[in-house]
Design a protein around this ligand. Structure first.
Ligand SMILES: *Cc1c(COP(=O)(O)O)cnc(C)c1O
Length: 453
């Protein structure tokens, strides 16, 4: 059967449920801990920070399928199904016998997969009767996605944006404002934790961990507000499973079985979502796949971090999560322009990696931008730098296939577009980009400061 360039599902074929991979894990991800008592976080404790339904999803290691509420399905229909593309032109360029597919999540105004979870989180906040939500954003994709979702449901949206991005990425900042969000550069003097960080590190360009602390503080000190997070958490991986379920339906329809599934990994949500139903089959012993997480060499949480309880944020106001981490104070070198800057990794992916179910590689950023450009020239899409980590690893895999003559089927997640990342592309073109990789001593210094649990 001839496989089309783009496989689109019909609306009737779209998934109507999210899949919770934790239900099929024999050893579950470790629970979130209360940093004061050292005990697992209870529903009551978490409900002060997060929406009730999302707390339920966060703690639910057993329910395999969650029906997607009708209002969320309607929103998904505005930009889903997303295409699954056979990269014929890339295969030809690489002269590889491998078959390469990518699932493209950049076909919406926010430009990335983050909208899949943003709409779910905004929906549950609305159902609970809240006034608004607070969050952090790094490069701005999550804030943009959340502002779109909040405006759809009529919720107030307050975004703390990592200062370096706020200054370097005015376009996403303004898109957020188009959708009615308020955007504050972080660290800021609007919160106690922001003022403390500013006093300790004057001139800091901020970090995701620090912006999270400010957003959480704002949520808990304003009645009718809760905090929402765009990655890392179990609930986010649950919502992002729509990517994987959709991919699996499309592949099954054409009898395609991937050998290796590759995704970039910042906090782990797109990768966790893409691999979810395939990982479920592997965990149940029904099929075998290789799964590869790709991270930047300048922020290598899986490949060089430690598997330990750590804070999710710099200000240490959030629960402790057991994850591969570089330490909550870790901030990648200022020259790092490729996104995926978070110090930790999703507890679900961390546990799967620990069990040997998932592999990880790290790639230097100039090689990532070279791959991005090669991809853009043959496949047409201008990829986000984050997504380009997966492109780089997929191309490497396809080149290995050329050398061994294996006709493997490679699937990777193309999480978004790079139109708002042209400052990073400019640095690459002007040879202003270097490949700073943290030393072992540096990483050891951060690791030594991990909380003792
Ligand atoms: C946020 C983002 C990522 C990384 O986040 P994950 O939670 O690891 O998926 C990757 N690609 C794009 C385009 C993003 O916006």
């Amino acid at each position: 059967m001839e496989i089309p360039y783009k496989i689109y599902l019909s609306e009737a074929e779209m998934p109507r449920y999210w899949y919770n991979v934790r239900a099929d894990m024999q050893t579950k991800p470790a629970p979130l801990l209360n940093p004061v008592t050292g005990k697992p976080m209870t529903v009551e404790e978490l409900s002060g920070v997060f929406c009730e339904e999302l707390v339920k999803q966060e703690l639910d290691d057993d329910t395999r399928f969650y029906p997607i509420p009708e209002d969320i399905l309607s929103f998904y229909r505005m930009y889903r199904p997303s295409p699954l593309v056979r990269a014929y032109c890339l295969e030809e360029k690489l002269k590889t016998p491998a078959k390469i597919y990518y699932k493209f999540e950049g076909n919406n105004t926010s430009g990335s997969h983050k909208l899949n979870s943003a709409v779910a989180q905004a929906y549950y906040a609305k159902m609970q009767g809240l006034k608004g939500v607070t969050t952090e954003t790094g490069a701005g994709q999550w804030g943009t996605a959340l502002s779109m979702a909040c405006s759809y449901f009529g919720l107030d949206c307050r975004v703390y944006m990592v200062k370096v991005s706020y200054e370097q990425k005015p376009f996403r900042r303004e898109v957020m404002k188009v959708y009615g969000a308020s955007v504050t550069p972080s660290p800021s003097d609007t919160t106690a934790v922001g003022r403390k960080i500013l006093a300790e590190h004057p001139g800091t360009t901020g970090s995701l961990g620090c912006a999270i602390s400010e957003a959480v503080e704002t949520a808990v000190s304003n009645p009718g507000y809760r905090y929402v997070l765009g990655s890392v958490l179990n609930q986010v991986l649950l919502h992002q499973s729509v990517i994987g379920v959709e991919t699996k339906i499309a592949m099954d329809k054409y009898g395609i079985k991937p050998d290796v599934i590759i995704g970039c990994a910042g906090g782990g949500s797109n990768l966790g979502g893409l691999i979810a139903p395939f990982m479920g089959e592997k965990l149940r012993g029904e099929a075998d796949y290789r799964f590869v997480a790709v991270e930047p060499a300048s922020c290598p949480s899986l490949t060089r971090g430690v598997y330990a309880y750590d804070f999710c944020d710099t200000g240490a106001v959030c629960p402790l999560a057991k994850m591969y981490t570089l330490g909550s104070d870790f901030i990648p070198a200022p020259n790092h322009a490729g996104g995926l800057r978070y110090h930790g990794m999703s507890p679900v992916l961390s546990e799967l990696y620990h069990q040997g179910m998932l592999e990880a590689v790290s790639v230097p950023q100039t090689a990532v931008f070279e791959a991005a450009e090669a991809f853009a020239r043959v496949e047409g899409i201008l990829p986000a730098p984050e997504s380009s980590h997966a492109i780089k690893a997929a191309m490497d895999e396809a080149i290995r296939c050329r050398e061994t003559g294996e006709a493997k089927t490679i699937l990777f997640g193309l999480t978004g577009t790079g139109y708002f990342d042209l400052v990073a592309y400019e640095k690459f073109h002007d040879r202003q980009m270097d490949d700073y990789v943290p030393t072992d001593e540096e990483l050891a210094r951060y690791a030594a400061k991990l909380p003792k649990v």
